[in-house]
Design a binder for this molecule. Structure first.
Ligand SMILES: NC(=O)c1ccc[n+]([C@@H]2O[C@H](COP(=O)([O-])OP(=O)(O)OC[C@H]3O[C@@H](n4cnc5c(N)ncnc54)[C@H](O)[C@@H]3O)[C@@H](O)[C@H]2O)c1
Length: 253
């Protein structure tokens, strides 16, 4: 089988660690040219080195995606350098710590910060890159979460709004032939999830799954590779869950 991403440009945000790094390596293995964005320069450079070791090209952009100016600046810089973009994978986001504050306790400014990073940045970056996505008849993939169904914490609200945005963006961007979908991971084993969720908490989450299985970054990579490829050309406005059948999406916890 030929490589699915030869002559394709893939932009990954939050590429310095975890799922973003795994996704970057996945697209690189399939022949893609990578554009890597993150706020952490050290991890970003490490990912670039790993992508290049696979024989793929990579360009890095350090950016803070938690505010309008940061998103606009990196959007303009990427657009100037890459007139055709096949995939924008909006993966950067906060998933651990303060973003899990209950909504009846969170400070207004803190709520705004997490909404900006998790929800608004994916929309505004896609808007900034729309001409390049249109030129390639490309697609956008938003990293949602099974937590989108937990309305009582900030994290859940930011990701359920991202699901709504995915449907809205699919409708608006479809006019340019751009597909927009979301991937909603369950509990995945990344360094950040391991460091933030205790073993007991993780076991509790897994016990609710329909399958007795551990989610690994490669599970998300496989879905991202499919959704960004021509194999998914008829698929848009979908939120695809990859969570071993987690009941959060049926129940409101
Ligand atoms: N790991 C899981 O179990 C899981 C489950 C569901 C959803 N997700 C989602 O997947 C994505 C990645 O999660 P992860 O587990 O790899 O986490 P992670 O913390 O390892 O990765 C997040 C990346 O985003 C970057 N980032 C953070 N703030 C930024 C900012 N202001 N500007 C630019 N970049 C910034 C970080 O530097 C980091 O490289 C997140 O959107 C998260 O909500 C993860």
């Amino acid at each position: 089988m030929g490589k699915r991403y030869e002559n394709k440009v893939v932009v990954v945000t939050g590429a310095a660690a975890g799922l973003g790094r795994a996704l970057s390596l996945g697209y690189a293995r399939e022949g893609g040219e990578l554009v890597l964005i993150d706020i952490e320069p050290k991890g970003l450079e490490e990912t670039r080195g790993m992508v290049e070791a696979l024989g793929a090209k990579a360009t890095t952009f350090v950016a803070d995606l938690s505010n309008e100016a940061g998103v606009a600046e990196v959007g303009a810089a990427v657009l100037a350098a890459f007139p055709k973009i096949d995939v924008l994978y909006n993966n950067a986001g906060a998933a651990y710590g303060a973003v899990n504050t209950p909504i009846d306790r969170v400070e207004w400014s803190q709520f705004q910060f997490f909404l900006s990073l998790n929800t608004l940045a994916p929309l505004y970056l896609a808007r900034a890159l729309r001409p390049a996505l249109a030129a390639a008849k490309g697609c956008v993939i938003n990293q949602s979460s099974m937590a989108a169904y937990q309305p009582a914490v900030v994290y859940g609200v930011t990701k359920s709004a991202l699901n709504q945005l995915t449907w809205g963006m699919a409708r608006m961007f479809g006019a340019d032939g751009i597909r927009v979908n979301a991937v909603a991971p369950g509990l995945m084993e990344t360094p950040a999830s391991a460091a933030s969720l205790g073993a007991e908490h993780q076991a509790k989450i897994r016990a609710l799954q329909m399958l007795d299985a551990h989610g690994e970054p490669e599970d998300i990579v496989n879905l991202g590779l499919f959704l960004g490829s021509d194999d998914a050309r008829f698929i848009t406005a979908e939120v695809m869950h990859c969570d071993a059948g987690h009941p959060y999406r049926a129940w409101r916890e």
